[in-house]
Design a protein around this ligand. Structure first.
Ligand code: HPA
Length: 275
């Protein structure tokens, strides 16, 4: 299904509320929503003010668009995303990104909470996504190809913009901001992984694991958008430490890291404007 009507409707509502030119779009994952609160001159648009717009039932997702300024530029933020595990069709997961594309946005910054698999990483750290592995079992582009957005078989050789990654890491280093870099893998969820699955993912070269982001990244590249991805590593993945995982703990650690996540996001936005 194309969701073309839903996309048009959302674009119309957003433009009717605020027509400032947008420098980039952001999707804020579990526990990362607080960044939106730090923007100036904010305008909020609840997802449920747009007919048939999906909402996330997951704790920690505010279900609204926020348009606001940071360092003299205006950004469109999705404060909360919807997930495959909530039962939404894969193609719907790219709707937010397509709205951004229709609004003329050229760069999207995708964030999530993830479990750390790389044993050199620590819970609470941030990881720039260098590449992904899609083990979700689906793809947001399944179905009729929307030629107005992109080609049937989009290239995925460089999903996450390398120039931005290199520049962000260099600046982070200069400013003493700790940022890891690694491969993100999406599984469908909603159950967390088993220790055996985590051992398998480690063998495959995965550094961080989660339940989102990949559908949006694929949809964005299909539409020719530049993609930057960042994971907040809220926990060591299952079995790495002898601790059971819970969404409450994920949100608690994300809350504690909110300030550092916001600093890293500002660094990314500053870099995106330059590179
Ligand atoms: N696994 C999957 N998703 C997650 C995790 C995890 O360990 N932590 C936060 N989101």
């Amino acid at each position: 299904m194309s969701y073309e009507t839903l996309i048009d409707r959302a674009v119309e509502v957003i433009q009717s509320k605020d027509d400032r030119p947008l420098a980039a779009g952001l999707i804020l994952g579990s526990g990362l929503g607080q960044f939106a609160d730090t923007l100036d001159n904010k305008v909020s648009i609840d997802y449920n003010s747009i007919d048939d717009f999906p909402v996330s039932e997951v704790d920690g997702h505010k279900n609204r668009f926020v348009i606001g300024d940071a360092d003299g530029k205006t950004y469109l933020v999705m404060q909360g995303r919807f997930h495959y595990y909530e039962g939404y069709p894969a193609s719907l997961l790219g709707v937010g990104v397509r709205i951004m594309a229709r609004l003329g946005i050229k760069t999207v910054v995708l964030t999530n909470a993830a479990g750390a698999i790389n044993r050199a990483f620590q819970a609470g750290q941030l990881m720039l996504i260098s590449d992904h592995i899609n083990l979700s079992g689906t793809n947001p582009l399944i179905g009729k190809n929307e030629e107005s957005f992109g080609t049937r078989f989009p290239d995925m050789t460089s999903v996450y913009d390398k120039d931005v990654i290199d520049a962000v890491l260099e600046k982070a280093d200069e400013r003493g901001i700790c940022l890891q870099k690694g491969v993100y893998c999406m599984l469908s969820g909603p159950s967390f992984e088993t220790p055996a699955e985590i051992r398998m993912l480690a063998t495959l070269g995965v550094d961080g694991v989660g339940m989102s982001t990949v559908p949006e990244a694929i949809t964005a590249r299909h539409a020719g958008l530049r993609v930057v991805g960042m994971s907040l590593l809220t926990n060591m993945a299952a079995g790495i430490e002898d601790i059971p995982l819970s969404h409450e703990d994920v949100n608690r650690i994300a809350d504690k890291a909110a300030g550092r996540a916001a600093t890293a996001l500002r660094l990314i936005l500053e870099t995106v404007a330059e590179v």
